[in-house]
Design a protein around this ligand. Sequence first.
Ligand code: FEO
Length: 386
Amino acid sequence: MKISGDIRYVGVNDHEVDLFEGQYVVPNGMAYNSYVILDEKIAVMDTVDARFGEEWLSLVKAALDGRKPDYLVVQHMEPDHSANITLFMEAFPKAVVVSSDKAFVMMKNFFGDNYPERRISVKEGSVLPLGRHTLHFIGAPMVHWPEVIMTYDDADQVLFSADGFGKFGANDVEDPEGWACEARRYYFGIVGKYGAPVQTVLKKAAGLPIGIICPLHGPVLTENPGYYLGLYDTWSSYRPEEEGVVIAYASVYGNTKKAAEALADLLRAKGCPKVVLTDLARSDMPENVEDAFRYSKLVLASPTYNGDVFPFMKQFIEHLTERAYQNRTVGLIENGSWAPMAAKVMRKLLEGSKNLTFTETTVTVQSALSESSRAQLERLAEELTR
Ligand code: FEO
């Protein structure tokens, strides 16, 4: 597949992966992208997951059409991209590997060799002339590992963005939800903690004319790069993307669930633009994390459990706080049959989060909804739609 006159796509699609990076369900599979830049000198951009080495190598050879590559650029050492460095270096014994100092340390640790006689170390501002194309390297530490570099090709105005702008899903599966849905779940799951480093890279990218974004996962982004850059700016600055309320609940016998559902009904009746109701025990956790970051308000509803919150709620809040959840309005619903504690615990779990506004109303359900707790829900709905 041609990306531009000289750039070919040589990535692969994975329909076998059960959990991407050991934890993310990917019902539409996953793509590991790689590219070949054909010029006076030839550069191959990254490799692919270990299970696709031979398939990838034959795609690379087909793109080379009998020529030999000069460089393998390794932007990221996570094995879904680096696993076939050895295969490549053996297949093309004159090729040189181009990467960051930190990546060369990881290369030795992962694969036993970092090619001291066949390598070029690059960093922010380094360039690699290929002929018509010159590759400009951009340091992108912690997007989302420390060794990461991105690469800008000035000839065709292409940004090779490593994991940035990636998406769950294989490239041969049409995603009816469009790019943003699975790109957002991917972003907040994998990169969400690293908003500040993403902001730093976006500032560097702002000075470049970018026509095409070539990420290491998901489709090549050939149109309207401003749309994708804008979403990354929103996500990495932890601003809500849309007005709406996410009600995330955990429930043992259904009474906390009833309170969450009653709040959802009240919010809808009051014209809340978007209400998302999710059972933390029976839904995809990364999807819930994505929604919490997508919308402006969050209500957490949990039973008191062993003097704490229900385990799924604790896990959810920890996913949020470790990703620097901030800048949102938060409401709390607790349930407890003899000593309700959950609201206090949830507030404590969130105490390190910046710029959270807690609603004045906290709802306490004692075992089951009552007139008094229904009145509290009414007040909470009022506050959330003010
Ligand atoms: Fe796609 Fe961070 O590896």
